[in-house]
Design a protein around this ligand. Structure first.
Ligand SMILES: *Cc1c(COP(=O)(O)O)cnc(C)c1O
Length: 369
């Protein structure tokens, strides 16, 4: 651990490249499959803040430093934008007219935004009744053709895979290799800001594209000597949708964290390879643990993420005894809290007193004065 920043400092301010940020493909083009003639489709995604989380850190103690990679601050509100700028750019370069994806919500929002910006049609299949409101709103307004199917994500993915094999549409789920290429830049940013790789990387896992992409990024930087070591990759799944923990597909995945409600991860083999190579772990966190971390991040750190994202922090707190003293931990917050207003309101009902009489004395009394 070579870094001298304390957890209360903001490490990103010193970086000069931030001033003229034109998206992650421009910034990391030497690491990405593009040429001077590639038509880059960008919304200036990436360059998201790495924010110290002192309240979470103090719960662990022993000099452990915790940072969150707040990828909910991407243009459509999730890390999916990192993969989508790359996947849509390559689709456009290849002359595609349309793209398709299955989605628990965020992929559809990102695919729709980038496809439309690149002048392509976007078709998205989502599981009926299990997509957070903000994500659905985005896909619709960006102008995607949205098909809500009577089945779960895993079934939707099977269908779009077949569609893309038989019709002229490009698949942009994380089985598309360009998605992972774009997403690996999040690891570059973490190292660029911290000055080295963290000791642990905690990350929510659904299809396991993101954990695989981070690992690719860390390994590429390590080969170039930009970081001195590789992190232990700690993947967390929701207890009701934890195939990588049990080693078996889950036929009926269930969790409030709808973004990771996945029973048969598309990147299963990759995920196992990452776990082995990094001496990492896959563990499950319950919905209760997820929602506790979700509230804690908002109320103690001022950081609003979506429930699935909080699985990374829930997992860290659950396994805090294993964190080495003085270690630096990065938790990935994959999506913005505004994506899922229903969950936010439902899990903060206690703070909400409605129908209050509009009188000073009554208001002051309810405030506890
Ligand atoms: C897609 C997504 C995940 C899961 O990422 P995978 O690459 O599928 O493992 C986690 N959180 C949010 C908010 C997501 O949108």
């Amino acid at each position: 651990m070579t870094l001298s920043l304390s957890a209360s400092e903001s490490p990103s301010e010193a970086l000069p490249r931030v001033a003229n940020w034109h998206g992650l493909i421009h910034t990391y083009r030497h690491y990405l499959p593009v040429t001077d003639r590639t038509p880059i489709v960008t919304l200036h995604e990436g360059n998201t803040p790495l924010i110290p989380a002192p309240a979470i850190a103090s719960e662990i103690g022993r000099g452990v430093q915790v940072f969150v990679k707040y990828d909910g601050l991407n243009p459509t509100g999730s890390f999916k934008d990192r993969g989508m700028t790359m996947a849509i750019t390559k689709a456009k370069e290849a002359g595609a007219k349309a793209v398709i994806c299955a989605s628990t919500g965020n992929t559809s929002a990102a695919a729709a935004a980038y496809a439309r910006r690149g002048g392509m049609r976007a078709y998205v299949l989502i599981p009926d009744g299990y997509v957070a409101l903000g994500k659905l709103a985005q896909a619709l307004l960006y102008g995607a053709e949205v098909l809500s199917i009577k089945g779960n994500f895993d079934r939707a993915l099977e269908i779009v895979r077949e569609v893309s094999e038989n019709y002229p549409v490009t698949l942009v789920n994380s089985v598309n290799p360009y998605r992972l290429e774009g997403q690996k830049t999040a690891a570059f940013e973490v190292v660029d800001v911290l000055g080295d790789a963290p000791d642990w990387l905690c990350i929510p896992v659904g299809n396991a594209g993101n954990i695989s992409a981070y690992w690719m990024g860390f390994c590429e930087y390590h080969q170039e000597g930009r970081c001195s070591h590789l992190p232990k990759m700690m993947g967390f799944q929701a207890a009701g949708a934890a195939p990588l923990v049990s080693g078996e597909k889950v036929t009926h995945p269930e969790t409030l964290a709808t973004a990771i409600r996945i029973g048969n991860p598309a990147n299963w083999q990759r995920a196992i390879a990452v776990q082995e190579a990094s001496r990492g772990e896959f563990n499950a966190v319950t919905d209760d643990e997820i929602m506790t971390a979700y509230r804690k991040l908002a109320a103690h750190e001022g950081i609003f993420c979506e429930p699935a994202s909080a699985a990374s922090v829930a997992g860290l707190l659950k396994h805090k005894e294993k964190v080495p003293a003085g270690a630096k931990v990065v938790c990935v917050l994959t999506g913005n809290g505004l994506k899922d207003p229903d969950s936010a309101i439902k899990f903060s009902e206690n703070n909400f007193r409605q129908g209050v009489e509009p009188h000073l004395e009554i208001v002051a009394q309810m405030m506890g004065f």
